[in-house]
Design a protein around this ligand. Structure first.
Ligand code: COA
Length: 263
């Protein structure tokens, strides 16, 4: 069904793999449409409890396909805007996916590739992966990825790396918060991603969706009465939910909760 990506679902895990290695997984309109569709389907599929974003070949993702970007510049302003919105919407779907998302980064990521990573909840890469926000070097700007990238690395580092377009190492990406973990090689990458998946699969699926919404609702907000009231309402609702009751009862009865397979 897809030509630029591969999707699979196994034991609660949905995997979307960017599969355009000859272009370092750069995304054009076709890849964006497929990715956007696949994220939406994974989000709606009850068999998927965790979503992994991975890719094939040397690079994780070389960002926007510059042939496509250049082509879009020649479109009518309406078509040009429609195209940009499609990319922004794909990133939003990934960032707001109700399932936890894990980026498996086996190689370099540039521009929009950094954006994809920033949209995922958890990011793990090999030591040799490199990163850059190269847009200004190309005379463009990291516009639609900016809310996600700034949320991940903060304004201070966004100023440096968006303005200099310098390459930075996985160690630096780890230091500034783009990555959660660095590992030595692909085998260690699979192991580390597997451990995170196991942790996520142990958690209540509805609680995970609620928790993602909670983070989105609270992050960057000053501690106002409205925020405090919102958090009180959320826990009130969630602890009375079926899953909340089951999780707490299972703990007190010293058994596994119903959402864990074989419980
Ligand atoms: N858009 C379109 N094509 C791209 C691309 C992109 N973002 N990134 C790589 N490619 C293409 C190259 O043009 C090349 O095409 P060709 O075989 O027709 O010449 C092919 O992929 C292989 O790339 P090449 O540069 O020869 O490989 P490399 O291993 O020496 O370098 C990169 C790989 C990713 C480091 C390098 O291609 C690069 O810097 N790409 C631009 C990344 C970028 O700045 N992205 C942000 C865009 S907003």
């Amino acid at each position: 069904m897809y030509t630029n990506i591969v999707t699979e679902t196994d034991l609660g895990v949905g995997i979307i793999t960017l599969n355009r290695p000859e272009r370092h997984n750069a995304f054009d309109d076709a890849l964006i449409a497929e990715l956007s569709d696949a994220i939406e389907r994974m989000a709606a599929n009850p068999a998927v409890r965790v979503l992994v974003l991975s890719s094939t070949g040397k690079s994780f993702c070389a960002g926007a396909d510059l042939n496509w970007m250049k082509r879009a510049a020649g479109y009518s302003s309406e078509e040009n805007l429609r195209d940009s919105r499609a990319l922004a919407e794909m990133l939003r779907r990934l960032a707001q996916c109700p399932k936890p998302t894990v980026a498996r980064i086996q190689g370099p990521a540039y521009g929009g590739g950094v954006g994809l990573i920033a949209c995922c909840d958890i990011a793990i890469a090999t030591f040799d992966a490199q990163f850059a926000l190269t847009e200004v070097r190309l005379g463009i700007i990291p516009a639609v990825i900016s809310p996600h990238v700034i949320a991940a690395i903060g304004e201070r580092y966004a100023r440096r790396y968006m303005l200099t377009a310098e390459r930075f190492s996985a160690a630096e990406a780890y230091r500034i918060g783009l990555l959660h973990e660095m590992v030595t090689d692909d085998a260690a990458l699979d192991e580390a991603v597997g451990e995170v998946i196991d942790a996520l699969l142990g958690n209540g699926p509805a609680a995970l969706a609620e928790c993602k919404q909670l983070i989105g609702a609270v992050a960057w907000k000053p501690l106002s009465l409205a925020v405090i009231e919102d958090t009180a309402q959320r826990i009130t609702r969630v602890r009375a939910s079926e899953e909340g009751r089951e999780g707490m009862t299972a703990f007190l009865e010293k058994r596994k909760p119903g959402w864990i397979q074989g419980a």
